[in-house]
Design a protein around this ligand. Structure first.
Ligand code: SF4
Length: 383
């Protein structure tokens, strides 16, 4: 299994592997695999090309390649042997085609401390730069009882934290606060985190603040700090509304981490628009900014707009990445001396225990005891 793109795809891949194993298939290392399933992403042109290149490479290695995910949904031509957009069909179709199947799953769930649960899929908001509504327009809300079952299953398997994810999470037909309340009742689940949120539809903050298991970490996609650009992007909020939301969240969750995504070099973004983005990011004091140079996706409205020079995009991305480092450090500094329950994770580095605080700061503690802390929650001072 090769997975590209967002957390929703990672989740889908895990589910797909479970379906294949349940259908009697065997997972194996890639050098022995006869078949490789590629769960694809086309959020940017770069992402799409990466998937196509990987498929071509797998074909040169004489693998049978099954394409699924966003590129399969859009029926785009690749070198894959078969394209199956509907993931729930894959195990059935492959059972009919092959007697024995070997796939590689790159990251086993048992190595994780945090379990992603996809509660929603699809988006029909058509932000002018985004290809997702064309690939995942069908809106789906997972029924509440299914979410609870998955969360209970995660608890039974020893996961202490669940992350509720979706393409557009807050469009779930059930209020997010109700979903978090129900998950909070599950014995064994100690932390619940929310995935990326659209600022204009994130409500219920007072109700969420009453739930101690909810992690005070909110990823609110900003995309630009210029109202002119937000309008061109067909985003449905202004910077003033965004600020107001952050202020309200901080009132109820004083030490929360606010993280975001920002696109630089969007069509018609002037130096002055970019400066507004920098100033706005400073004002909000993000604890992490994911920076994306604008990538033209044909078929979207923004692709028809006058484009910005690639060099300008690169320079702006570098400037914003530097600001991100500075803001991240400033946020950490405000947290020094505070104690947090840190959930320790899979230990890649034998010399350090690594985990995350509820507000999503990464914490490293020297591994002097040489005992694994993976899966443990320990009260730890931020130094
Ligand atoms: S909200 Fe906008 S950016 Fe997010 S998936 Fe939908 S169209 Fe794309």
């Amino acid at each position: 299994m090769e997975t590209f793109g967002c957390k929703v795809n990672q989740y889908d891949s895990e589910k797909l592997v479970t379906d294949l194993v349940n259908a009697g298939f065997v997972l194996t290392l890639s050098q022995y695999a006869r078949i490789v399933i590629v769960n694809s992403c086309m959020v940017t042109e770069i992402a799409e090309n990466k998937v196509k290149k990987q498929i071509a490479k797998l074909k040169r290695q004489h693998k049978f390649v099954v394409l699924t995910g966003c590129i399969a949904n859009r029926n785009i031509e690749t070198d894959a042997d078969i394209s199956i957009p509907e993931k729930s069909e894959i195990a059935k179709i492959l059972s009919e085609k092959f007697t024995v199947i070997s796939t590689e799953h790159t990251a086993s769930a048992s190595h994780r401390t945090r379990k992603f649960i996809k509660i929603q899929d699809g988006c029909n908001r058509f932000c002018s730069y985004c290809i997702i509504p064309y690939a995942r327009e069908k809106i789906y809300s997972k029924p509440l009882d299914e979410i609870i079952l998955e969360a209970k299953d995660a608890a039974d398997k020893g996961f202490k934290e669940i992350v509720l994810i979706g393409i557009n999470l807050a469009t779930h037909v059930t209020p997010l606060a109700e979903i978090v309340e129900k998950c909070s009742d599950i014995y064994g689940i100690e932390r619940i985190r929310l995935g990326s949120l659209e600022p204009d539809i994130f409500t219920d903050i007072e109700r969420l603040a009453k739930l101690p298991k909810l992690c005070p970490h909110f990823h609110l996609s900003l995309q630009s700090g210029s109202d002119k650009i937000l309008k061109l992007m067909n985003r449905r909020y202004t910077t003033a509304e965004y600020s107001e939301l952050v202020e309200k969240i901080r009132k109820f969750f004083p030490d929360c981490g606010i993280t975001t995504d920002i696109i630089v070099g969007f069509p018609q973004e002037t130096d002055s628009d970019f400066k507004q983005t920098l100033e706005f990011a400073e004002k909000i004091k993000f604890s992490k900014i994911h920076v994306f140079p604008y990538s033209k996706r044909s078929g979207t409205k923004a692709a028809e707009m006058p484009q910005i020079d690639e060099y300008v995009k690169t320079v702006r991305a570098d400037v914003l990445k530097n600001l991100d480092k500075k803001l991240k450090w400033e946020f950490y500094r405000t947290q020094i001396g505070k104690e947090y329950p840190v959930l320790f994770e899979f230990e890649k580095n034998p010399n350090a225990h690594t985990g995350h605080t509820p507000n999503f700061m990464r914490i490293n503690v020297p591994n002097t005891d040489k005992i694994s802390w993976q899966g443990k929650i320990m009260l730890t001072e931020v130094k």
